[in-house]
Design a protein around this ligand. Structure first.
Ligand code: N01
Length: 534
């Protein structure tokens, strides 16, 4: 069967930030590469998540490629936090600048990838009938790319239109004057709700868990800061690489409990005013380790909610409780809490009443029936493993990745899986991924994989595989580091809790991008220890 297939050096799955940069690096080596992308255009996350208000919550100057220093200087971001159209325009610009589109096949979903042990090649098949044979298969499928829907029945019965934030249509969507329901208050819901409220006649938000929402203080980008960063971009990138989350911030030196109440308030206020995702969590050394410390920051944020929301009963419902601050991903907003001061915006607390079903006319809960013209589904994603397991991947001895990861994903460095030679996962489970500045982590993975491919060729070999003991050791380490923190205390997508039946395992590596990078460099420096070449 392999003989009929188109022969390539590498197949890359996905044409977002990761897939496009991987293509660029592989092509630089003179390898033949094809990228398959399910979307009608490149962009990945930034193609699909085009809901009103979609925006990055890592600052524009950080959330960008570093591999092209001229591009870094030339590109001009307009806002502190870029919106989805601007980021998509940036990705398209990069693709055109490096002539990447010619090797991207759009509107094509990879359905199957199997390792042929006789030829040591991957046979990759798509829903459009492609069959290619490649030495390497790189999964650049994204951590948050398989939408998750509410578990309740009935969405197919709803007579009006409905939209998932992660599958938003390309054309304009008009909710003017409509009765609109929104399910979900994660980053996507929180960004969309103020914009949806501007259009809707009546907006009802169904909240299952209140989130910690920090103010973004977004606005036109500070040109002085831009000039300063552009004059020192190499140092700025280096500082980001040597940070915990891939975003340089001043490192704390003190426990929250060592500070006085007054000092803590001042530190949290300073973090709040910075309008930055990590500024509060990194105000003290122990906020992510110690519940008592964490509670001091959580209470500071709850006080902001009470301050912003006029109706005390609504504020009480919006105050985040029941899990430590930072253990579910906090959000950055523009006007989220204030939206609930508008007369036509209503909050339904799903801790008081449960959704039973979506009906032809709306949403039925244990307490009431709500009628809507349209619905917005902001219930997130089957994170980290969803897109990988969506593809039927089989490795050596016909073992499927679905079987192998039944009890949670095991990887070596989040990059490779034993039994699956020459397959790489960019920002895979077991790497900092969703707990980091994704573009920075993507570049690190792509560069590292690219160097490993050179190493294989330089040794006159054609196959590289993670050793199972190295994989087990790393996976145990990922879990152990996670267990040292408060993260496992929350029902988050980090731990698979948002998808019924998914193994409850902490998936991202929380040891920090700096330590993780050092580990990867050390592995490479020691002749790629933990990998076998054939
Ligand atoms: O998804 P989420 P998201 N009934 O999983 C609720 C990135 N992102 O799309 O918390 C009712 O965070 C669920 O409730 P609960 C970013 O990494 C980045 O908002 O599970 N409600 C939650 O409130 C982010 O973290 C940007 O109890 C249900 C919500 O739906 C990630 O994407 C912007 C439910 C889902 O929140 C995902 O964000 C946007 C049900 N059956 C997103 N099921 C940037 O700025 C789920 N929920 C870069």
């Amino acid at each position: 069967m392999a003989s009929a297939a188109e022969e390539l050096d590498a197949v890359v799955v996905g044409a977002g930030f990761a897939g496009l940069y991987m293509l660029h690096r592989l092509r630089e080596k003179g390898l033949s590469v094809k990228v398959f992308e399910a979307g009608a255009d490149i962009g990945g996350t930034w193609y699909w998540n085009r809901y009103p208000g979609a925006r990055c919550d890592v600052e524009s100057m950080d959330y960008s490629y570093s591999f092209d220093p001229e591009l870094e200087q030339e590109w001009e971001w307009t806002e502190k936090y870029a919106g989805q159209p601007e980021i998509l325009a940036y990705i398209r610009h990069v693709a055109d600048r490096h002539d990447l589109r010619k090797d991207v096949v759009l509107r094509t979903k990879v359905t199957q990838a199997s390792f042929d042990e006789d030829t040591s090649r991957w046979i990759v098949r798509t829903d459009q009938g492609h069959e290619v044979s490649a030495q390497y298969c790189v999964m650049a499928t994204g951590c948050l790319s398989v939408p998750k829907f509410p578990e309740v029945p009935g969405l197919d019965r709803f007579s009006g239109p409905w939209y998932h934030t992660g599958l938003w249509p390309e054309g304009p969507v008009d909710f003017s004057g409509q009765r609109l329901g929104v399910i979900g208050t994660g980053s996507s819901g929180i960004q969309a709700i103020p914009h949806l409220a501007e259009q809707a006649g009546e907006l009802t938000v169904f909240q299952r868990t209140p989130n910690f929402v920090l103010s973004a203080f977004n606005g036109p980008i500070d040109q002085e800061r831009v000039a300063d960063i552009k004059a020192n971009y190499r140092q700025a990138r280096e500082a980001a690489r040597n940070s915990i989350f891939g975003i340089a911030v001043d490192m704390p030196t003190q426990s929250a409990l060592e500070a006085t109440e007054q000092e803590r308030q001042a530190a949290y206020q300073k973090g709040w005013d910075r309008g930055h995702l990590n500024a509060i969590i990194q105000a003290y050394t122990d906020l992510i380790f110690n519940e008592e410390s964490n509670e001091t920051a959580a209470e500071f944020i709850r006080a902001q909610v009470r301050d912003k929301v006029d109706d005390p009963a609504t504020a009480a419902k919006l105050e985040p409780r029941g899990y430590p601050f930072g253990t579910k991903r906090p959000c950055l907003d523009t006007g989220y809490y204030e939206t609930y001061n508008l007369g036509h915006v209503h909050l339904v607390d799903l801790r008081e009443e449960e959704i039973l079903e979506i009906t032809e006319t709306g949403v039925r809960t244990t307490a009431s029936e709500y009628e809507f013209d349209s619905l917005v589904i902001a219930t997130g994603f089957d994170a980290m493993t969803g897109a990988l397991l969506d593809i039927d991947i089989t490795g050596k001895a016909d073992q499927s990745l679905r079987q192998k990861w039944q009890d949670g994903p095991g990887t070596y460095l989040g990059l490779a899986v034993s039994g699956f030679p020459n397959l790489f996962t960019i920002t895979g489970p077991g790497s900092p991924s969703v707990l980091s500045n994704m573009v920075l982590s993507i570049e690190q993975h792509v560069d590292w994989i690219s160097d490993l491919i050179d190493h294989v060729a330089a040794n006159g070999r054609s196959v590289v595989e993670a050793v199972d003991t190295a994989e087990k050791e790393w996976t145990d380490h990922v879990r152990a580091v996670g267990d040292m923190t408060l993260f496992p205390k929350a029902d988050s997508y980090y731990i698979g809790a948002n998808v019924p039946g998914k193994a409850r395992v902490f998936m991202p590596y929380v040891g920090g991008v700096v330590g993780y990078r050092q580990k990867c460099d050390e592995v490479a420096g020691n002749g790629y220890e933990g990998f076998e070449l054939h």
